[in-house]
Ligand binder design. Structure first.
Ligand code: GLN
Length: 229
């Protein structure tokens, strides 16, 4: 089959594990489609992307750098454009509509109707690895090695009634309305929600780009990027 056009997948490269995402994507193949994977630091680079990944790292730093480089507003506009976005760990925090344990002045993109709690596993369980079964949404992926590093969790799925003004919560300034329902993709045994989808936006508490397996990246290309064109 002929390849019609190259799909550009950007990885926000202000801070954090962006190279690891690009290396994982380079191992993926989707029949009939060609991709280019690019680091995104400017509005011009962002505007060329059909989809965006926001990596793990430190969400306060990603917020600050995006404000200082003038990329915050273009990122909020990218959210509004309804293109696929995947946030991992700090990226999940940045993509959400509300956060708790945020730093004063921390900005978030408001792409998903979720409240995310930063550093939710506390000190004892700062970082850990666990094999999880994702076969309910990624065929045959029964034993995926997940890496959690000072990870956030999805503490609440938001609905319209929950737009109150709580001093402990940081709210996104983006007025974007995601009109798709939030689906919980995975909960840990203790009930913590660690993977959610809302339309073509995906959020994971853990770092699929830090394990050896690229099946999560393959699924994102197939089910989010290709399906959105
Ligand atoms: N705790 C970090 C934050 O708040 C996220 C950690 C990570 O991305 N591994 O941004």
């Amino acid at each position: 089959m002929t390849i019609e056009k190259t799909l550009v997948v950007g990885v926000l490269a202000l801070q954090g594990a962006f190279i690891e995402h690009i290396n994982h994507f380079k191992q993926c193949q989707v029949e009939s489609y060609a991709f280019s994977f690019v680091e995104v630091r400017t509005e011009e680079e962002l505007n060329k992307c059909h989809a965006l990944v926001i990596p793990g790292g430190e969400s306060t730093a990603i917020s600050l750098i995006s404000q200082r480089t003038g990329l915050l507003k273009p990122l909020m506009d990218f959210v509004k454009s309804n293109k696929p976005i995947w946030g991992t760990c700090a990226g999940l925090i940045f993509l959400s509509k509300q956060i708790i344990n945020g730093k004063p002045g921390q900005q978030i993109l408001g792409g998903m109707d979720i409240q995310v709690e930063r550093n939710a596993f506390g000190r004892q369980l700062d970082s850990f690895q666990q094999n999880l079964d994702f076969s309910s949404f990624i065929p045959e992926l029964t034993d995926f090695p997940t890496v959690f590093i000072r990870a956030p969790v999805i503490s609440k799925i938001l609905n319209d009634e929950q737009q109150s003004d709580d001093a402990d919560v940081i709210y996104s300034k983006n007025d974007y309305v995601n009109d798709r329902p939030v689906e919980v993709l995975h909960k840990l045994d203790n009930g913590f929600i660690v993977a959610v989808r809302q339309g073509n936006k995906l959020g994971t508490s853990f770092h699929p780009e830090l394990s050896e397996n690229h099946k999560f990246h393959q699924w994102f290309l197939q089910d989010f990027v290709v399906n959105s064109i």
